[in-house]
Design a binder for this molecule. Sequence first.
Ligand SMILES: Nc1ncnc2c1ncn2[C@@H]1O[C@H](COP(=O)(O)OP(=O)(O)OP(=O)(O)O)[C@@H](O)[C@H]1O
Ligand SMILES: [Mg+2]
Length: 323
Amino acid sequence: MSMLEIHRLRKTFASKKQKVVAVDDVSFTVQPGEMVGLLGPNGAGKTTIIKSVLGIIQPDSGTLSVKGFDPSRQLKQLLSHTAAVLEGSRNIYWRLSVWENICFFAGIHGISVAAGKSYFEHLLATFNLKEKRDSEVRLLSQGMKQKVAICCALAKQTSLVFLDEPTLGLDVETSYELRDALKDLVQNEHRTVVVSSHAMDVIQDICQRAIIVSNGRVIADEKISDLLALFESRTFKLVVDGAHHPELLSELNQMVLPVSSSTNDRQLILKVNLPTARDLYALIDLLREHGAELETITQAAPDLEKVFVNLVRKERERCNGTL
Ligand SMILES: Nc1ncnc2c1ncn2[C@@H]1O[C@H](COP(=O)(O)OP(=O)(O)OP(=O)(O)O)[C@@H](O)[C@H]1O
Ligand SMILES: [Mg+2]
């Protein structure tokens, strides 16, 4: 059975002035043990999807389930398998200490301090909060509060975890701690995580799959490696020893390859867009013929951010009727 199933979900918000289609016919499933990135520009519908699963928002139509439990009829059972940290909200008690908060939230989920103690301590260590164990949450920094909220959600030890913008406000080091902690959750605890974020490097690092939404619709649902392969470019940067190779440059231009070149004190830097992988051999043969010593060669690697921007831009153009 899938961990999460969303089928033809639709949600509109209507005010006197206008009607907003926040989620428009969204379907996807998540299998146990997956870590899935839910991506999309501001207002794409990510939080609305998550809130619909949690029963906070009543969808207009469509079906939802977590481990087969439907939020409209079996919310209690559904929530016993699901934990979430929603964007910007740190639903923790500011006058309780870090430890008390963790024990409280795990407790209302049926996990006693005796049963959960060693796991709670593991969470404190993982999130570097050991020193703050007995501090009142109100005295912690923003990022630390965020980490406590995540710990409280994880302490419930549910099989499905939603994290909506978990890296917001975290410093670089803490963001890396969180990445490691999330990888650990999936690898060693076999949990399922759906994480929404605008931090593409985080998603590229921790998720195997990305679901991209735009204007309330799913515009891509693919393995991240496949998304990256889709946008793989054959642009190579070659650094050649010696700045003066006039004949080489003129021959390169005759090869009808799109080449741009620049020089510094002692090197010639070429950027070449190769139509096929074979052209790379021809290029290297040419360098050899001219006795030009190749110092480095690198391929411009696509990253998830570029893929994301490309897909969302295309979708916008399609919606505006320019494609
Ligand atoms: N309670 C609400 N009442 C009216 N409109 C809403 C409500 N919640 C969300 N919306 C609208 O629904 C759309 C989707 O919002 P949502 O919060 O799901 O986007 P998001 O993808 O989470 O964006 P972000 O990346 O900014 O968090 C937006 O146009 C938003 O203005
Ligand atoms: Mg949101």
